[in-house]
Design a protein around this ligand. Structure first.
Ligand code: ATP
Length: 238
């Protein structure tokens, strides 16, 4: 598969903390790539560096062949990358509809936006049911769905998802991941998913990277990683 995003030898951090040291990873076009690892391993920092929220101190990031490191985050979004940040809340005092429209703020074709809202309500029927309600009245799982739908309203080619399973019941985790797989298949969406729940991430991904202390500790297909006893017991809780 062709490479959509290349993250090559990237170092990044916060003040004197080096959160990533020479991390390299590749996201295949049209695929689902998982980024696994314990708390503090640097997963969120990878996503924030891709989005231009944290500066790369070293290395190169390319999207569709073009350098994107050093670009402002608005510019990165306009090139086709959207992020669903971890635990980030919806706008409570705005309706579901208004939250969805916010996701499309960089677009100006009303027809296309209206059509995409319909598409999102198809994938996430609960959003149609709650369309005029304040987003703050949604449950945690419903808010996670709204966040994903809102990010998709920007029509990204690459969606970065940070811990979509966080705080959800097992049933909801299953539902959210089933919808992610449908979106990937039917909308030809490329995904990079950060997860602490390695089992669910490896079910849907075609390739995974495991980060430890800001470095790539292992990478491979889910089958390869699970078959490697050392990797499986150290990082996958198997
Ligand atoms: P988590 O699942 O807890 O989000 P993570 O793998 O996503 O973990 P990061 O959030 O990327 O890890 O954090 C990597 C390292 O950078 C950690 O040591 C963390 O303490 C540090 N760090 C993250 N954000 C900041 C910040 N804003 N200021 C200072 N240090 C930070």
């Amino acid at each position: 598969m062709a490479e959509l995003l290349s993250f090559a030898n990237v170092s990044a951090g916060y003040g004197r903390i080096e959160a990533l040291s020479e991390v390299s990873l590749s996201v295949a076009a049209g695929g689902i790539t998982a980024l696994l690892g314990a708390n503090g391993a640097g997963k969120t920092t990878v996503l924030n560096t891709i989005c231009g929220l944290v500066a790369a101190r070293k290395g190169e990031i390319r999207f569709d062949g073009k350098r994107i490191d050093g670009l402002a985050s608005e510019r990165v979004v306009s090139l086709g990358i959207s992020q669903v940040p971890e635990g980030r809340e919806v706008f409570h005092q705005m309706s579901v509809q208004e939250n969805l429209l916010l996701g499309a703020h960089q677009r100006n074709e009303a027809d296309g936006i209206a059509r995409d809202i319909e598409v999102m309500c198809g994938y996430f029927p609960i959003l149609k049911q709650r369309y005029r309600q304040m987003a703050g009245t949604l449950s945690g799982g419903e808010q996670q769905m709204l966040l994903i739908a809102r990010a998709l309203m920007a029509r990204p080619r690459l969606l970065l998802l940070d811990e979509p399973s966080l705080g959800l019941s097992p049933l909801l985790v299953q539902q959210v991941f089933e919808t992610i797989v449908r979106l990937h298949r039917e909308e030809e969406l490329t995904l990079l998913i950060v997860e602490q729940n390695a089992a669910i991430a490896l079910e849907v991904a075609q390739y995974a990277y495991i980060l430890e202390n800001g470095e790539v500790a292992a990478h491979g297909t889910p089958d390869d990683l699970s078959a490697n006893d050392a990797v499986a017991s150290a990082y996958l809780g198997m």
